[in-house]
Design a protein around this ligand. Structure first.
Ligand SMILES: [Zn+2]
Length: 205
């Protein structure tokens, strides 16, 4: 898939409809930054926004995927194929990111606890052990933040109320209370705060 071509296509169609990036973002419940990311070819729309995007800008899914207007009718199956391909690719990437997140948080937690126990056992309560624990704490905090970043980037959260699947920002995830990867988040669609489950794709199978 040619992201740049798709981005340019979205931009041209948006301008043809006399919509600003902000206006389109609002209609799709995404950020303005997301629209600009698509248009610059740095990403493509999530499958959850595709139907609305196509409807608002008045093109078919196949035209979007190909980044140009297409005439003729016999392209439906091909578009479906590409869409499925996109979803499974994303799912795999997200699974890898979650694995990285777990590896980082688990390893750093073990490492942290290990260092503290070792320090206290060998050095007792001196200045040196204070310094070592302080450094270990700092490293641990950094590792947790990196883990969180992976979690923010990977997959979606599913609202318990309306089952809408949405992306949460790094900041939202940072402040949300959580139980493993299930987080207490506000749904952008129904605006209810629920215990949203982490899911790897933006649509249920
Ligand atoms: Zn909801």
């Amino acid at each position: 898939m040619n992201y740049k071509k798709i981005g340019k296509f979205i931009m041209n169609e948006r301008k043809a409809k006399k919509l600003t990036q902000a206006k389109l973002a609002e209609k799709l419940f995404v950020s303005e930054k997301t629209i600009s990311k698509w248009e610059n070819g740095k990403g493509v729309p999530d499958t959850s926004v595709l139907p609305n995007l196509c409807e608002i800008l008045g093109f078919s899914l196949n035209e979007l995927v190909n980044g140009e207007r297409i005439s003729g009718e016999n392209y439906v199956s091909k578009a479906e194929e590409k869409l499925l391909e996109m979803v499974s690719k994303e799912e795999n990437q997200n699974k890898k990111m979650m694995l990285a997140m777990w590896t980082i948080t688990m390893t750093s937690s073990l490492f942290y606890v290990g260092i503290i126990i070792l320090t206290l056992l060998t050095l007792n309560e001196g200045v040196l052990s204070g310094i070592i624990i302080a450094i270990a704490t700092l490293v641990f905090i950094v590792a947790v933040f990196i883990g969180l970043k992976f979690e923010a980037d990977a997959g979606y959260y599913e609202c318990k109320n309306c089952h809408n699947r949405f992306k949460a920002s790094y900041r939202q995830i940072l402040v949300a209370t959580h139980f493993a990867t299930t987080r207490h988040l506000k749904c952008p669609k129904c605006h209810k705060r629920t215990w949203a489950k982490k899911v790897m794709t933006d649509r249920s199978k």
